[in-house]
Ligand binder design. Structure first.
Ligand SMILES: [Zn+2]
Length: 311
């Protein structure tokens, strides 16, 4: 990186922020304020990134990505936390800068819940999360095996498996990727759409919390895979929304138990709200569950292709 392109840094409350104008230069992107000076845009031929002021979210080609820290405006310029530059922009835009690119051959599919743990239920429509997750997992397994991936399931029947066992299956199998499948439920029956989670990086708060606390200083085994966690999560969420149309609730961060101790990249995805009547109705249809599996398959293939383009 030529010195002239090194980003201008400022410190805000002891935290390093980098200037998005020079971040744009580094990525070879145009960088400018949109009219009205509320949104800052980075733009290249294929990619448009929009950032708001004091916002803990950005959008890459309209896909919402939750950041660790809000952006900061200073003297007419917009800054992003160095941590978010490192954990969001670099992995998605320039994954080649990271070392030890993972293979994508042996994939562990983790059907959420099982046995005595039904997960979410919608009694009116007669559906349980554990059944839906296993059904989509089996469909995804068939698609992956048909494309010469190797697949290991954390469960292939209606059995209870403690959360801590699930990443162990991946670690024992020396898996290249761990994909955990879940369905959402909310008190509000209006909530709908897809969201996908990557493990929260060290020192930052998960998406549902406002700011980091002491606990967030813990570094987990899974954080060794931070760049690849972000890349698979981005591609999986994107594929779901492209095939199924959203709503796109975005790429979020959480320290789910199944992600913390993984030795391979991992993602946990929520494939729709069972509490949403129209979604629940669709989830009863095998053809719709097949489309969900197809979208997941496409996301995994897109991730593999992105990695294969790295020399
Ligand atoms: Zn679940």
């Amino acid at each position: 990186m030529p010195a002239s392109l090194s980003a201008r840094q400022i410190q805000v409350a002891g935290k390093a922020y980098v200037d998005l104008l020079s971040v744009g230069q580094r990525f070879g992107m145009q960088a400018y304020w949109l009219q009205g000076h509320k949104t800052f845009r980075l733009r290249s031929q294929w990619t448009t990134i929009d950032l708001g002021k004091q916002s803990r979210m950005l959008q890459i080609n309209c896909l919402p990505i939750y950041l660790g820290f809000p952006t900061v405006e200073s003297k007419g310029q917009l800054f992003i936390a160095q941590a978010d530059y490192q954990h969001v922009l670099k992995p998605i835009l320039t994954p080649q800068v990271f070392e030890s690119r993972p293979d994508v051959r042996r994939i562990v599919i983790d059907a959420g819940h099982g046995g005595k743990d039904s997960g979410a239920c919608n009694h009116a429509y007669g559906i349980m999360e554990k059944d839906l997750a296993l059904d989509v997992a089996r469909r995804l397994k068939n698609l992956l095996e048909g494309a010469d991936f190797e697949v290991v399931m954390t469960r292939d029947s209606d059995v209870y498996i403690p959360l801590g066992q699930r990443p162990k299956v991946a670690n024992r199998a020396k898996a290249d990727l761990f994909v955990s499948l879940h369905f959402n439920a909310a008190a509000s029956t209006a909530a709908s759409g897809f969201e996908s989670y990557a493990l929260t990086p060290q020192f930052q708060a998960s998406s549902k919390y406002r700011r980091p606390t002491g606990k967030d200083a813990i570094r987990y085994q899974g954080n060794e895979q931070d760049p690849w966690n972000a890349l698979i999560t981005y591609h999986l969420e994107r594929a779901l929304v492209q095939r199924l149309g959203g709503p796109d609730r975005g790429m979020k961060r959480a320290r789910w138990a199944v992600l913390k101790s993984l030795r391979c990249p991992g993602v946990l995805t929520e494939l729709g709200f069972m509490s949403h009547a129209a979604t629940a109705k669709k989830l009863r249809l095998p053809a719709f569950r097949q489309t969900l599996a197809q979208a997941l398959f496409e996301g995994i293939v897109a991730y593999r292709e992105r990695l294969q383009r790295i020399q």
